[in-house]
Design a protein around this ligand. Structure first.
Ligand code: 5AD
Ligand code: SF4
Length: 452
C-alpha cells in the first residue's frame, strides 16, 4: 500500500456489488483501498466520479444483470464519469468488455486488486483502457489494513483466495485464479485487531477453506507454528472477545474430521457447516469432477452427526447437470432425506464459458431443470418444516441483527445460522447476545420471545 493519499480529496466513487460473500468482502477491501487513496464513497451513481461494479459470473443471470446495469448508465459517460468493472465478469470477459461497453475504462479481476492504487493513478491520468487481468497465477493475496467493514459486529476474513478444484461446471478457477492462502500469522493478527475493535463474530472465507495451506511466515515467524485449517479455526475461536466463528465454503474432498474435533473442542465455533454436495448421484458427481462419491460425502455427514453439539448442515445442489437422469435426480432427492439439511441452496445448471461441462452432451431442457428445481425445493421445504419445529420450546442464544419495526420484532441469528424473530419488552441493540425461547416455527425461520 502506498503512503499518504496522492489524489484529489474531492474524488468520489460509487460501488455496487453482485454475488457471493467473497465479493461482498472484496468490496469492503476495495472501498478501504479507495478511501485510503483519497476517494470518498457516495450512495448514488449520480454523485460519483468513478462508478464501479464488483461482478459475479457464477450463473448466467448474474453477468446479464451487470451488463443491463452498465447500459442503464451509459448516458452518464458524457458527464465525465468513469466506469469500472471488477470481479469475475471482468476477469472472464477481459478486454471484450471495452468493445461491448466502450464507456468502461477499467476492467480488473479479483487477483489484481492489490494493484488498484496503481490503476487509479492511470485512470486519473486519463487512460481509457486500464486493465488488471494478468494475475491469476499470482501467489499473493489481497492484503490490506484498510478494510471498510459494513457490519460493526460480524466481520469477514478471507483466509484463502482462488480455487484449484476445477469442478466441471464452475468458472471460479478461471475467474479467481489459483489457490493462495494467507499466513495464519496475518489472519490471527486481523482477528485480534477485529476483537479489539469490538467485533464478536468472525466468518472465515474462501472458495474452499478446507484446502487452506499456511504459507511460510514472514521473517522471524517460527516455521513450526504453521497451522492446518482446523488449527487456524480453533485459534480464531480462542481470540479473546470473539464469541462466534463461522467458515465458508467447505469442499467435501478436503473436509477433515479434525474440523469436527475443533468444533467439539472450541465452544465459540458455531454449530453450523455448509458442505455443498451438488448431487446425490455418484455418477453425476464423477461427471462434475467433484472428487468424492456419495458414500464419502455421507461419511462426512456421519462425523458431524456424532459431534457433541448438534451441528446444523446446509448445502448447495445443482439440478439438470448434462446427462442427469431421472434416477440420478431421485438419488439427490433421497440424499436430502438421508442427511436432513437445515437449508439447501439449489440452482439450475447454467453452462459457463471455458468450463469442461460446456461441451458435454445430453443437455437437460430448461423446462425440465425448472421442474426438478421445483420438486427439490418443495421436498426440502417439507424437511425444513419438520426440522425447524423441533426447536419449539428450546432456548437459543441469538445475536441481534436488526429491528423489524413493522412487526415490532427483533431479528436474531442463532449459532445454527437460523433466523429467529422475537419479541422483547424493549429493543436490544444490534450486536447484543440474548437468550430467546422458541415459540413457533416456519420452514425458513423461527419465532420466539426474549427470556427475561
Ligand atoms: N450452474 C449452476 N450452479 C452453479 N454453481 C456453481 N457453478 C454453477 C453453474 N455453472 C453453484 C454451486 C456452488 C454455488 C456457489 O453455485 O452449487 O456450490
Ligand atoms: Fe467452483 Fe468447485 Fe472450486 Fe467450488 S470447489 S469454487 S464449485 S471449482
Amino acid at each position: 500500500m502506498s503512503g499518504a493519499p496522492q489524489h484529489d480529496a474531492q474524488k468520489t466513487f460509487y460501488l455496487e456489488t453482485f454475488g457471493c460473500q467473497m465479493n461482498a468482502h472484496d468490496s469492503e477491501k476495495v472501498v478501504g483501498t479507495l478511501v485510503q487513496e483519497g476517494y470518498r464513497q457516495v450512495g448514488t451513481v449520480e454523485q460519483a466520479d468513478l462508478v464501479l461494479y464488483n461482478t459475479c459470473s457464477i450463473r448466467d443471470k448474474a453477468e446479464q444483470k451487470v451488463f443491463n446495469r452498465l447500459s442503464d448508465y451509459k448516458k452518464y459517460k458524457k458527464q465525465g464519469k468513469t466506469f469500472g468493472v471488477l470481479g469475475c465478469v471482468a476477469q472472464q470477459e477481459g478486454e471484450k468488455i471495452f468493445e461491448r461497453t466502450p464507456y468502461v475504462s477499467l476492467v480488473c479481476g479479483s487477483a489484481s486488486y492489490r494493484n488498484l492504487p496503481n490503476m487509479l493513478i492511470q485512470i486519473e491520468a486519463g487512460n481509457q483502457r486500464v486493465t488488471g487481468l494478468d494475475d491469476r497465477k499470482t501467489d499473493e493475496c489481497f492484503e490490506t489494513e484498510f478494510t471498510a467493514r459494513t457490519n460493526p459486529h460480524r466481520g469477514y476474513i478471507t483466509i484463502i483466495e482462488g480455487c484449484d478444484k476445477f469442478c466441471a461446471y464452475c468458472v471460479v478457477p478461471y475467474t479467481r485464479g489459483k489457490e493462495r492462502s494467507r499466513t495464519s500469522e496475518s489472519v490471527l493478527a486481523e482477528a485480534h485487531q477485529m476483537a479489539d475493535l469490538g467485533y464478536t463474530e468472525i466468518q472465515l472465507l474462501g472458495q474452499n477453506v478446507n484446502s487452506y495451506k499456511d504459507p511460510e511466515g514472514k521473517s522471524g515467524f517460527p516455521k513450526n507454528s504453521k497451522k492446518t485449517f482446523a488449527e487456524l479455526l480453533a485459534a480464531v475461536g480462542e481470540v479473546p472477545g470473539i464469541r462466534r466463528v463461522r467458515f465458508t465454503t467447505s469442499h467435501p474432498r478436503d473436509f477433515g474430521r479434525d474440523i469436527v474435533d475443533a468444533i467439539d473442542a472450541v465452544p465459540t465455533l458455531c454449530d453450523h457447516v455448509h458442505l455443498p454436495v451438488q448431487s446425490g448421484s455418484t455418477r453425476v458427481l464423477d461427471a462434475m469432477q467433484r472428487l468424492y462419491n456419495r458414500d464419502q460425502y455421507l461419511e462426512r455427514i456421519t462425523w458431524m452427526r456424532s459431534a457433541k453439539r448438534e451441528i446444523s448442515i446446509t448445502t448447495d445442489v445443482i439440478v439438470g447437470f448434462p446427462g442427469e437422469t431421472e434416477s440420478d435426480f431421485a438419488a439427490t432427492l433421497d440424499l436430502l432425506d438421508e442427511v436432513g439439511y437445515d437449508a439447501v441452496f439449489a440452482f439450475k445448471y447454467s453452462p459457463r464459458p471455458n468450463t469442461p461441462s460446456l461441451s458435454m452432451e445430453d443437455a437437460i431442457p430448461d423446462a425440465e431443470k425448472a421442474r426438478r428445481l421445483e420438486v427439490l425445493m418443495s421436498k426440502q421445504r417439507d424437511i425444513q418444516t419438520t426440522r425447524y419445529k423441533k426447536y419449539i420450546g428450546t432456548i437459543c442464544e441469538v445475536m441481534v441483527e436488526a429491528k423489524n419495526e413493522a412487526r415490532s420484532q427483533l431479528i436474531g441469528r442463532t449459532t445454527h445460522n437460523k433466523t429467529l424473530n422475537f419479541t422483547a419488552p424493549e429493543a436490544l441493540q444490534p450486536g447484543t447476545y440474548a437468550p430467546v425461547r422458541v415459540t413457533g416455527s416456519f420452514p425458513n425461520s423461527l419465532l420466539g420471545e426474549l427470556v427475561i
